[in-house]
Write a protein that binds this ligand. Structure first.
Ligand code: KG4
Ligand code: ZN
Length: 335
């Protein structure tokens, strides 16, 4: 069977992203217009600004992806778009564009859950994709969960954060350290010259019987620490490195417990926080410890991108296919 050529569109948050992907693996173009400059002065994403920027940028971003891939709409086999979850005003821009393109060209339309997209990012640009069943640790700004992946369409959440997502904890702690938005990468950069063992911040695991996690207590303890006498004089680099070490410990501990409970053939890391170097190293070491391959997507496929949306559509096939006239963006789309 020839490998399908899909256009991917992702506008669930603040990245206006488009891509052209062949066979769910080969990325012919991956375009992302980052809006950080528009949101930085507010210290976070302003939904109204995000949706307006998507509307201004998306059409050119589609043209850009097609031309970089050296292809045209009439050479595509389908269009894949993020239908949720995310910011409603942002999602509707991508969904409306994808519906219009699919309707005008008659191409099949695939509605993709943003989180499934993150999961299948691990398949991009790989000769050998992760074998099933695999365990995925999905860590983004809005979600943190462990997923048992039996097949592309049989996904089950077996553990999740009870409060903040790991990325949210990075962003909030970065703000406590007066770092610029977006906080995760800035905190990682600061921590690079810090001592991860300088301060023992709490590693909170809700209870032994579950694979759930919690990060809001950690962020609060960093806040109290920074307000304390010792904290006021502490090197910011050490605080950043110690906070990051605590997040990584909790994530790795929970993933290890899940690996103890069942034999998986691979372990997969995904989501924006997967771009974190300390987490990547610990994750690869975990794979070695359990003697299974550990998959970490390239950095450009960890944070929001449209190639992962096309990859998920290709893997999930007819399950993701929808009628272009009836697709509605859903900010709370269930997993
Ligand atoms: O997956 P993503 O791009 O968007 C969502 O779906 O949420 O994830 C964004 C999150 C943000 O919280 C950001 O701070 C975090 O990923 N992030 C990082 C790094 N790069 C992005 N966190 C820690 N270290 C990084 N290098
Ligand atoms: Zn995301």
């Amino acid at each position: 069977m020839p490998k399908v050529l899909l256009l991917g569109i992702e506008t669930s948050c603040d990245d206006t992203a488009t891509a052209v992907v062949r066979g769910g693996v080969h990325v012919l173009a991956n375009v992302s217009t980052n809006q950080d400059a528009f949101h930085a002065k507010y210290g976070g994403i302003v939904p109204e600004i995000a949706s307006r920027r998507h509307a201004a940028l998306l059409s050119a971003a589609v043209d850009d992806a097609l031309s970089r891939a050296g292809t045209h709409l009439d050479q595509l086999d389908g269009i894949a778009v993020t239908a949720g979850p995310g910011l409603i005003g942002s999602l509707v821009v991508g969904v409306a564009a994808a519906k219009a393109l699919a309707f005008a060209t008659g191409l099949p339309l695939y509605a993709v859950n943003h989180l499934h997209g993150h999961l299948f990012a691990a398949f991009l640009e790989r000769d050998a994709p992760p074998p099933y069943p695999f365990l995925a640790l999905l860590v983004s700004g809005g979600h943190t969960q462990l997923v048992e992946v039996e097949s592309p369409t049989a996904l089950r959440i077996i553990g999740r954060t009870r409060d903040d997502a790991a990325g949210e904890a990075f962003d909030k702690t970065a703000r406590l350290l007066d770092l610029p938005f977006p906080g995760g990468p800035a905190l990682e950069a600061l921590g690079r010259t810090g001592d991860p063992k300088a301060f023992a911040f709490p590693r909170h695991r809700p209870d032994p019987g579950t694979l759930d996690m919690s990060f809001s207590g950690l962020k609060t303890s960093v806040r109290y620490f920074l307000e304390s006498d010792t904290g006021k004089d502490a090197r910011r680099e050490d605080v950043a490195a110690s906070f990051q070490a605590a997040v990584v410990d909790v994530l790795i501990d929970r993933t290890a417990r899940a690996l103890d409970a069942r034999d998986y053939r691979a372990v997969v890391l995904s989501g924006g926080v997967a771009a974190n170097g300390a987490l990547q190293s610990a994750f690869l070491a975990l794979g070695e410890r359990y003697r299974i391959p550990a998959f970490v997507p390239e950095r450009r496929f960890c944070t929001d991108n449209a190639a992962m949306i096309a990859a998920a559509a290709e893997r999930r096939g007819d399950v993701a296919r929808v009628d272009p006239l009836h697709l509605v963006a859903d900010p709370n789309l269930p997993f």
